[in-house]
Design a protein around this ligand. Structure first.
Ligand SMILES: Nc1ncnc2c1ncn2[C@@H]1O[C@H](COP(=O)(O)OP(=O)(O)OP(=O)(O)O)[C@@H](O)[C@H]1O
Ligand SMILES: [Mg+2]
Length: 247
């Protein structure tokens, strides 16, 4: 049985002056899929996520979430429709507690009291209930990553966009996040698109990977197909794919 994709992107393009950061991007994602999005620094990965979430406007192209066109909607409307993203290099409120940070996600659909309760549930789900009262500024990198996940879950998403949540983590810490993503997919049917420079993580997690280079999709396939694709290898020349180096 073929089903309608949960997300469909058609001809998505964004120019910044003379630079085309995302160039005529087409792809779709099935419900429950774990899709990887990779490419060298500056390839247009974060810009693609920002376009999907309505944080910036496309120069052209369409984004269709569960059959509904969401192109040009405001980010909070898109979040209400069930898509959420984490931010690269950010973005908890440092002076707020973990609980209050996670709670902000829940206010999208709930009263303050209900959002607080739901925040506690989601912190427990990611194994971080014990740090609810800690100040976000005092968290370790793996704690931050898990709290970001809990905050994303508090918006009650159907599809989650993760922008380098595993940067700065060691292998064991990364495995913890990977297991959590797998669990959320299998137990709650969540769909993920994951931007990650750590090749080991992306190759072990994702069933399918899209590769961007200079804003264009240059390859799409299974991890095996991607890792032996000559265009991908050329795009990464100078970058060490295995080390997952991030300049
Ligand atoms: N607001 C902006 N104004 C001008 N140029 C921008 C803007 N945002 C991104 N760019 C440019 O668009 C290109 C794509 O950037 P983007 O951040 O999407 O890359 P990325 O694939 O996420 O890279 P990285 O792996 O380093 O995070 C880069 O050349 C970047 O400098
Ligand atoms: Mg980026």
């Amino acid at each position: 049985m073929t089903t309608q994709p949960i997300l469909r992107v058609e001809g998505l393009t964004r120019r910044f002056g003379g630079l085309t950061a995302v160039n005529n991007l087409d792809f779709s994602v099935q419900k429950g899929e774990l899709l990887g999005l990779i490419g060298p620094n500056g390839a247009g990965k974060t810009t693609s996520f920002n376009l999907l979430m309505g944080l910036i406007k496309p120069s052209s192209g369409e984004v269709i979430l569960d059959g509904e066109r969401i192109t040009g909607l405001k980010p909070h409307r898109i979040a209400q429709q069930g898509m959420v993203k984490t931010f690269q290099n950010v973005a908890l409120f440092p002076e707020m507690t973990v609980l209050d940070n996670v709670l902000t996600g829940g206010l999208l659909r709930r009263s303050l009291a209900e959002a607080r309760e739901f925040a506690r549930e989601n912190l427990a789900k990611v194994g971080m209930a014990h740090i609810a009262e800690k100040r976000a500024a005092d968290l370790t990198f793996p704690e931050k990553a898990l709290v970001e996940m809990a905050r994303a879950l508090s918006t009650q998403p159907r599809i989650v966009l993760l922008d380098e949540v595993m940067a700065a983590l060691n292998h064991a810490e990364m495995d913890q996040i990977l297991d959590l993503i797998r669990k959320l997919r299998s137990e709650e049917g969540l769909t993920f698109i994951v931007i990650e420079h750590h090749m080991r993580a992306i190759m072990s997690l994702c069933e399918r990977i899209l590769v961007l280079s200079f804003g264009q999709k240059i390859a799409e396939g299974t991890p095996q197909e991607i890792s032996r694709n000559p265009d991908v290898i050329t795009a990464y020349l100078g970058n060490d794919m295995d080390a997952g180096a991030h300049a």
